[in-house]
Ligand binder design. Structure first.
Ligand code: ZN
Length: 293
């Protein structure tokens, strides 16, 4: 039988297959091959009853996140607040790069817009990112914004993420009533370790699936190679066909269309500055010795 893992808890994997939820376990062969089944995985399994089944095979993953541990994520809602904590272009661009790299479609959700009267800033952020092609939702009227967000859920697996205190748990609680996410927010501030005991579950909402655990709140670029970075900025990709060099990194090369468009104000200066900073971070990091898969 085929199905999708919707929940992982105490060594059991709960697989949804044609409206029925089966409790299964992973056979030893997964451990031997060092494969951990993840919530979101499409799997082949066998089952003699609703509570006695075994996972046989994990079908190829499109992507996977570490926090929360979910595979095959379609879209990520980046919750970015305008105040407390203050809006940061740098942080938003970090989230965007990470999602682009994992081929997860980003949705930018601007929260706490009612706590600031800097409407100019809000307008600037919205226009800047809509121009790139991103979906931006500004929570000016809360319920309206939530409904707008839910319209993007059908047929997709959605994960929420954002800076600590940006309001991702509050938003998730509103979308999935009955969730107790307060503790998750507290353990987040205490550090990573506390997270390991929390299980992840995919909740069916608005004809789609939403991960009930909010995602990472700070990001590094350990995974990304320098030459991959320009590809995670859609507006750079669009401009780069006009760059003189095919592998242009848009920094020191002559006749660079990206730099030209930054100068002309076509590409936002904040985006370019953050790009240059990220590139430096990647180039200056210690070499990472990764285990062979
Ligand atoms: Zn260039």
């Amino acid at each position: 039988m085929k199905g999708q893992i919707r929940k992982a808890l105490s060594g059991f994997y709960y697989v949804q297959s044609e409206e029925v939820l089966y409790q299964t376990r992973a056979r030893g062969n997964f451990r031997n091959r060092k494969i951990t089944p993840l919530v979101g995985d499409e799997v082949v399994f066998e089952s003699t009853s609703l509570t006695d089944g075994y996972l046989l095979e994990i079908l190829p993953r499109h992507n996977e996140l570490v926090r929360p541990s979910v595979a095959n994520v379609d879209q990520g809602v980046i919750v970015a607040s305008l105040v407390e904590p203050n809006f940061s272009y740098n942080l938003l661009d970090r989230f965007l790069v990470t999602l682009e790299y994992k081929e997860i479609e980003p949705i930018i959700y601007l929260s706490k817009t009612d706590l600031t009267d800097e409407t100019e800033t809000l307008q600037e952020i919205v226009e800047k990112y809509q121009k790139i092609g991103y979906t931006v939702i500004a929570a000016t009227e809360d319920e309206k914004a939530v409904r707008e967000l839910e319209r993007l859920f059908p047929e997709r697996l959605t994960v929420f993420m954002g800076q600590s205190g940006a309001g991702k748990s509050t938003l998730l609680n509103r979308i999935v009533p009955g969730l107790e996410l307060e503790t998750a927010e507290i353990s987040e501030s205490l550090g990573r370790g506390k997270h390991t005991t929390r299980h992840v579950e995919l909740i069916p909402i608005a004809e789609g699936l939403v991960a009930d655990t909010p995602g990472f709140s700070s990001i590094d670029f350990l995974d990304i190679e320098a030459r991959e970075l320009p590809k995670q900025f859609p507006e750079f990709v669009a401009a780069s066909s006009e760059c003189r060099f095919r592998e242009c990194m848009h920094v020191n090369e002559p006749q660079c269309e990206v730099k030209k468009q930054v100068k002309a104000g076509e590409i936002a200066a904040t985006r370019y500055e953050n790009y240059v900073q990220f590139l430096e971070e990647i180039e200056n990091r210690r070499p990472v010795y990764r285990k062979k898969k």
